[in-house]
Design a protein. Structure first.
Length: 367
């Protein structure tokens, strides 16, 4: 066995010990073990001259630097791995991913990794400054991420889709969601589980599912969610919430979702603005049976099995229009818009008006 191979094996042994320490809540000890593993892996990488082994070891060392809470070193090591000739394209992509994650961490002073699962939004765009942004560009995305976590947890628990009301108290205790804000350009982090080791594995499965479905949706839209989310209402809910997370292409041009569990960070999901014919529940072209209304969302009737909202129209005093809303979007997307000016597309069948898609906020039109 070569000395480089032995060093790599010793490094991986330290990593196993670090993960055990992290799961026990001994975070400082875990960081020290990751630092020890980093030193061994870097020594191993520097002894190897052939590709792809050399670049793969630098990639591994860079990830260990992230685990050791040293993003500057991670960025440097990723650059070292990319500097050589003959690096396979696949490894180049992985090294660039490490470098990107390192740059994100350099600009977001968030709490260090713990055994609790976390989801981090990194938002950039012309209207997003360093640590500052309009609430309308951040809060709906933060809310959408929280709803995605809750709905995924309810789906994992085998619960029927909750049409109304708050999540079960047992689920709230399990998730223990906490929100942190930081600069770079604008970062929002959601952590789950608090300091309860019994919840870490359950919550890890939930955030891993959220990440997997976001990646699928980004690649293939709603159709790509049919396998992981067979239930139509849950699937439509996930697709609409994911769309609210994504960039609008004007004020917000980039939204990254970074997810981590006790086992370490997962690859970042980069969301993109979906084209008009890709979005969930895409509306048919306007025709005789379709209308668009603009008004203030003022009321919802929840006393029947139907979800009915009312818009207060601006073209006549106290003139309203009633619109039926699907279960998938009523609680998580429509309800938070009460009191706002919105634009709604509806399909008319006789006296019945059914909402197509979700309401669109009218800029500068709040009550």
């Amino acid at each position: 066995m070569s000395n480089s191979t032995q060093l790599h094996q010793d490094a991986m042994a330290r990593v196993e010990d670090a993960l055990v320490a992290r799961r026990r809540g001994a975070h400082e000890r875990a960081r020290e073990l990751f630092q020890a593993a980093l030193a061994l892996e870097l020594e191993s990488a520097e002894q190897v001259t052939s590709q792809p082994s050399r670049s793969i070891l630098f990639r591994s060392a860079a990830w260990l630097a992230l685990e050791a809470e040293d993003p500057s070193e991670a960025e440097r090591l990723a650059a070292c791995g990319l500097a050589d000739r003959g690096v396979p394209n696949r490894v180049k992509d992985e090294l660039r991913a490490v470098a990107e994650e390192a740059r994100l961490r350099l600009h977001r002073p968030l709490p260090p990794p713990t055994a609790a699962s976390s989801l981090t939004l990194h938002v950039e765009g012309p209207e997003v400054g360093y640590g500052t942004a309009a609430p309308a560009d951040i809060e709906p995305r933060k809310d959408a991420l929280q709803h995605l976590v809750v709905r995924t947890a309810e789906r994992h628990a085998g619960q029927a889709f909750r049409r109304r009301g708050i999540p079960p108290a047992s689920l709230t205790r399990q998730l223990q969601q906490r929100v942190s804000y930081a600069a770079g350009s604008m970062v929002v982090q959601l952590t789950l589980g608090g300091d309860s080791p019994t919840l870490w594995d359950e919550n890890a499965a939930i955030v891993e599912d959220v990440r997997s479905c976001l990646a699928r949706f980004g690649e293939g839209g709603s159709d790509a969610l049919r396998e992981p989310i067979p239930d139509e209402t849950y699937r439509e809910n996930f697709a609409q919430l994911a769309t609210r997370l994504a960039p609008d292409g004007r004020r917000v041009t980039s939204v990254d979702v970074a997810i981590a569990t006790a086992s370490g960070p997962l690859p970042v999901v980069r969301l993109r603005k979906r084209s008009a014919n890709e979005g969930p529940a895409k509306a048919p072209r306007l025709g005789p049976a379709l209308e668009t209304f603009k008004g203030q969302l003022r009321a919802a009737d929840e006393t029947t099995n139907k979800n009915t909202i009312k818009l207060l129209l601006g073209d006549a005093p106290y003139k309203t229009v009633s619109i039926d809303v699907g279960d998938a979007v009523m609680e998580d997307i429509v309800r938070p818009l009460y009191g706002h000016m919105v634009r709604v597309t509806v399909q008319t069948q006789g006296k019945l008006r059914k909402m197509i898609g979700v309401p669109e906020l009218v800029e500068g039109g709040d009550a």
